[in-house]
Design a protein around this ligand. Structure first.
Ligand code: SAH
Length: 234
């Protein structure tokens, strides 16, 4: 199987991995949005008692927070350094119902189809050469009636202005070059990949940043960052 990965994209995250859990680092946006997305996921698919897979988990901000509510969480990524940071953080925090593996979504889907009640894949699809293949793998990984959550960046002039010019150059929330505009994904494109993979979209939310309060919030505005919740037919 050829692996659906871009080595340059992984390097961006590996180079900064040692700062992953510093809430004032390049990863500040992930720390800030985490409580919002965690509660949104848990509200739709109550995590208590569930087996969860986090695809593209990085240093484990979301995975570890879900493990505090779920029965078990597996985090996967193809970047070794962030996974090392994630393992160390879980060890130090004493979170034991959590394991991390360096494996592609497509490969674990072949190994453990239908093994998870909830699959999350956040801020990852826009870094992958073939995101539709990851969507398909997530659908294969979730059990019938289970939930799959995605978040990514929309592709339009406003998202270019906000997510690249604003976030990387003006406000410097993210390092320059974090995102490639061409890889951004319109909600209609993600919706088609979900449908083709047998996932039905149950809810969509926008995520907005207020530069004055320096806070994020969920809203109905999906023009820049957005989250999608899907269900696999029972
Ligand atoms: N999902 C986490 C991390 C987002 S950063 C969160 O939201 O907190 C994007 C992550 O995607 C990085 O850890 C990067 O290594 C990972 N990634 C990029 N391409 C990937 C691929 N093809 N397969 C698996 N992980 C990938």
């Amino acid at each position: 199987m050829t692996v659906n990965v871009d080595a340059q994209e992984l390097a961006k995250f590996s180079d900064l991995a040692h700062r992953w859990w510093d809430p004032e680092s390049e990863f500040r946006p992930l720390h800030q949005i985490n409580p919002l997305r965690l509660d949104w996921i848990d509200g739709l698919a109550p995590l208590r008692g569930k087996a969860v897979l986090d695809v593209g988990c990085g240093g484990g901000i979301l995975a570890e927070s879900m493990a505090l509510r779920a029965r078990h969480v597996t985090g996967i990524d193809l970047a070794a350094k962030p996974l090392g940071v994630a393992r160390l953080h879980a060890l130090e925090a004493g979170v034991e119902n959590l394991d991390y593996r360096e494996i592609a979504a497509e490969a674990i889907a072949a190994e453990r189809p239908g093994a998870f009640d909830v699959v999350t894949c956040m801020e990852m699809l826009e870094h992958v050469p073939d995101p539709s293949s990851v969507v398909r793998a997530c659908s294969e990984l979730v059990a019938p009636g289970g939930w799959v959550f995605f978040s990514t960046l929309n592709r339009n002039p406003k998202s270019f202005l906000f997510a690249i010019v604003g976030a990387e150059y003006v406000l410097r929330l993210l390092p320059r070059g974090t995102h490639e505009y061409e890889r951004f994904i319109r909600p209609s494109e993600l919706a088609r990949w979900c449908r083709d993979a047998g996932l039905e979209i149950a809810a969509t939310r926008g995520m907005e940043y207020n530069p004055f309060t320096r806070r994020y919030g969920l809203s109905g505005n999906t023009s820049v960052n957005y989250l999608v919740a899907c269900r696999k037919a029972a």
